[in-house]
Design a binder for this molecule. Structure first.
Ligand code: 89V
Length: 343
């Protein structure tokens, strides 16, 4: 058996409870150490996974451990510093989304990793959701002909702040939290954007940032893409954490509904497929769709770490980060943004 890749995790909050077991689905990696500002939190997570090497200082961990890569699962404000520290030690970096708190920080992280000759990957999991992969397959197979319009919807009233209370405090909330995912899904399904317009607003008085955003993009291939996201949507049916789609092509349409049901309509009629999700005992049933996609995301990143091809590299994800920040600029200035000139 080839040597397992040793990694350390920085940040043992909510998502570490799913990203760690996601990694451990592979026999090719070994979790060597954990680090968190709160030693007791890190010890509790270490206890669950049999990890004894626990730190509350990232520099000490990096000095003491023999590693191949690190996984950053901390708040976004720490991403750049931890990335730079690991890159200086010649370690590959896997980082939670959103990659960075600004476009400039994202650029710097990519630059530092390039200069140090290490790889940077982003643990962006939505594009790895099984129903979205199937929809992409149908598009590529030409099931509905050339596409002219896509509507991507993530609208919910799920109490997301219960598990991630810090989201309440973000000055910029839904575009960074959900936009990072669904704008990436748009790139995955429809290609790169040429122009973008965005409107935002805050409905929930108990949070700092915006909880509603509507983005309209003209993609380089001519597709019109409308993306709606909200955590203020009290709907008859709560579908969290599903992303719903309505894609229209010259020969038909594809609809992705809740329950991972795909309806393909052509002139011959409508057929229906339901995409089964792989079940993991460690997944939270309320997040099953997202948690099962973590395993596929990490499997793909592992390919990249081994020298193969991975989708969610830092450089690729930069294009998604750009869309998030272009959306804020558009909303602030009431202007259409040209993506090629945006920095
Ligand atoms: O996946 C996430 O980053 C979450 C969620 C989509 C649940 O809001 O914060």
């Amino acid at each position: 058996m080839t040597k397992r890749m040793r990694f350390a995790v920085f940040g043992t909050g909510f998502w570490s409870n799913f990203q760690i077991p996601g990694w451990l689905e592979s026999s090719e990696v070994e979790l060597a150490a954990l680090c968190d500002r709160s030693l007791s939190k890190a010890k509790a997570v270490g206890g669950k996974y049999g990890v004894e090497r626990i730190y509350n200082d990232p520099a000490t961990l990096l000095d003491n451990e023999e590693l191949d890569f690190i996984d950053i699962i901390t708040d976004v404000d720490n991403h750049r510093e931890l990335c730079e520290m690991a890159a200086a030690k010649q370690l590959d970096v896997v980082c939670q989304k959103p990659l960075a708190p600004s476009l400039e920080d994202a650029r710097e992280m990519i630059e530092v990793c390039t200069q140090q000759g290490v790889q940077l990957f982003v643990n962006e999991n939505f594009r790895w959701q099984a129903p979205l992969r199937r929809v992409k397959e149908l598009i590529v197979q030409g099931a509905i002909g050339p596409i002219f319009k896509g509507r991507v919807t993530f609208c919910s009233a799920f109490p997301v702040f219960d598990n991630q209370p810090f989201l309440r405090e973000l000055d910029r909330f839904i575009l960074t939290d959900v936009g990072s995912h669904v704008l990436d899904v748009c790139r995955f399904l429809f290609g790169e954007a040429e122009t973008l317009f965005c409107l935002t607003r805050r409905v929930n008085p108990g949070i700092k940032g915006e909880d509603v955003a509507n983005v309209l993009m003209h993609m380089k291939n001519g597709i019109h893409c409308y993306v709606e996201m909200s955590y203020a949507s009290l709907l008859e049916r709560e579908v969290f954490p599903n992303t719903l789609l309505l894609i229209e092509g010259e020969n038909g349409s594809i609809q992705l509904a809740a329950n991972n049901e795909i309806r393909i309509t052509t002139r011959a009629g409508t057929r229906c497929e339901t995409v089964a999700l792989k079940h993991y005992d460690w997944a939270d049933p309320e997040y099953a769709l997202v948690h099962s996609s973590i395993v596929d995301t990490q499997r793909n990143i592992l390919e990249g770490l081994k020298g193969g091809k991975a989708e969610t590299t830092g450089r690729d994800n930069y294009e998604t980060v750009k869309l998030v920040w272009a959306a804020y600029r558009s909303a602030e200035q009431g202007q259409l943004i040209q993506l090629d000139n945006f920095e």
